[in-house]
Design a protein around this ligand. Structure first.
Ligand SMILES: [Zn+2]
Length: 509
């Protein structure tokens, strides 16, 4: 067998490199943990500290080194799995029928499952992820191999490129892993975000940049809406509310009976769809005949909508605070039907009233609270996903210690992390107008802010004005295509811009 044929997955050279990377990182880990308090290394920056402090410091350093070993091990596993699958395919030669191809695939999956002692579903998923990483995401696999991201981060990318063309998948990879890409991701690097926050960021970017499939996928999934009921252990059950079994069963039965009552020759919805609509309607406070269609929430939420998308001129997705990207059609429906209860944050830039209001005012104006919600989006503590509605506005430097009520001295913290700040040495660092604060741990480690990943809005050709009419913080228009200056858009909630006035007139019409 000519092993050079196994090229896509990298072949034996790539496998050897991956294993060497594991060995090197294990060496680093061994160096860290073998340092004892009695024998600090000459470069140890805590050499003067007491032995217990040194011990705790080397434990933390050991954990950081171990995480890199785990990442490199995962990269080696990916290379081995992908190279094995490719070699096995070449050994077998082309399949003569679909039946034979499927049998061969099952053989490969079963072989991987048995050698790793995992289930076949898990083995099949691993083969798919290994294929995606070795063929479409070389920079991600390199980052995994050097330990700068974890296996969960790599999986996020492998999953989120599903359905994208190879070019689009490369653009997504470059946005997060190539600092020289046009408009690269801002804020904390992928490996500095917990995987769930990283997924959120990747998904938002993907939906903003490749929105064509979102409307279609959403329409299919809306038809699939349903309520689910699952009995659990200890006399409990789930209706995605964890309830005592009898209450959950009664909720399910009542929703089913009410849905049956609405069925009839004129009713196009299935029983599952009616049941889901009914339950949502009741929880959102709708009654009677209003239960007959999916209710529009009237809750106080923040929706970030590209203005041209809101006007129906483009199909860019909007961002719903506490959820993530939503299709443009849903954003238009929310703004049209829920007007008054939504804070519209237009993605078009406006320059306006100053955001720093100095020390005259301790109470925050509503407009600034909303602006903060938009800037931070969630609790600013690393990895915390608590979104705005639950959070408190926190002075980074306390009011009593001379802190101002300016935007750069404010950050959102959920009640839990607000308490942690007051009871420990965890401290938020300084914020900026468009950047949330980072955090410093009691041991002095710095964790950078996550930061929203704003994308300049798509400007439809017909909206490009003639000779310069206006120029803003984000885009300068002329007769040619717009060029974007660096930095994020600037928002000011104080006054309505010409855009917003036009928009309000459009929505009211
Ligand atoms: Zn928090």
């Amino acid at each position: 067998m000519d092993t050079r044929l196994v090229a896509g997955a990298g072949g034996s050279t790539a496998v050897a490199d991956a294993v060497a990377s594991v060995a090197r990182l294990v060496g680093v880990l061994a160096g860290v943990v073998s340092r004892t308090p009695a024998a600090p290394s000459p470069t140890d920056h805590v050499a003067d500290a007491d032995p217990l402090e040194q011990l705790s410091e080397s434990c933390l350093e050991g954990l950081a080194a171990l995480a890199r070993v785990e990442a490199a091990t995962a990269a080696a596993k990916v290379r081995l799995v992908a190279t094995y699958a490719e070699a096995a395919t070449i050994i077998e030669g082309p399949a003569v029928s679909a039946h034979e191809a499927s049998a061969r695939e099952m053989t490969v999956v079963a072989e991987v499952a048995c050698v790793l002692t995992i289930g076949e579903r898990a083995a099949s998923a691993l083969l798919g992820e290994a294929h995606a990483l070795t063929t479409s995401l070389p920079a991600v696999l390199d980052a995994l191999q050097t330990g700068s991201i974890s296996w969960q981060h790599a999986r996020v990318l492998a999953e989120e490129i599903t359905g994208l063309s190879p070019t689009d998948a490369s653009a997504l990879e470059a946005h997060f892993f190539d600092p020289h890409a046009p408009n690269p991701a801002r804020g904390a690097a992928p490996g500095e975000l917990v995987p769930s926050r990283f997924r959120r960021k990747v998904r938002s970017w993907r939906e903003r940049n490749y929105p064509d499939t979102l409307e279609k996928r959403h329409a299919v999934s809306v038809a699939d809406r349903r309520m689910e009921y699952r009995p659990d252990a200890d006399g409990m059950a789930w209706i995605s509310l964890y309830l005592p079994g009898d209450a959950a069963c009664a909720v399910w039965n009542k929703a089913t009976a009410m849905a049956r009552g609405l069925q009839g020759p004129e009713e196009p919805r299935t029983l599952s769809q009616i049941r889901a609509d009914m339950a949502a309607g009741l929880l959102l406070g709708h009654t009677g005949q209003h239960l007959q269609k999916l209710p529009v929430p009237k809750a106080d939420v923040l929706v970030t909508v590209p203005v041209f998308s809101l006007l129906g001129l483009t199909e860019e997705p909007a961002e719903l605070d506490g959820y993530g990207p939503i299709p443009a059609s849903m954003a238009r429906r929310l703004v049209a039907d829920g007007a008054g209860s939504f804070y519209r944050v237009l993605v078009d830039p406006r320059d306006g009233a100053p955001l720093e209001i100095g020390r005259e005012n301790y109470r925050l104006p509503e407009s600034m609270k909303r602006w903060l919600r938009m800037r931070d989006g969630k609790c600013t503590f690393p990895g915390c996903s608590n979104h705005t509605l639950d959070n408190e506005v926190d002075h980074l430097t306390a009011w009593q210690q001379g802190g101002t009520t300016g935007i750069s001295n404010l950050g959102q913290a959920c009640p839990r992390h607000h308490r942690l700040k007051h009871r420990s040495a965890w401290t938020p660092t300084e914020a900026a107008k468009n950047e949330p604060p980072g955090w410093r741990s009691p041991t002095g480690r710095y964790y950078p802010a996550e930061q929203a990943d704003w994308v300049p809005p798509v400007i439809p050709q017909e909206c490009l004005p003639g000779p310069p009419k206006f120029s803003t913080g984000l885009a300068t228009f002329s007769t040619g295509p717009p060029t974007f200056s660096s930095g994020p858009p600037t928002f000011s909630p104080e006054t309505a811009s010409p855009f917003e006035q036009a928009l309000l007139a459009h929505v009211a019409a």
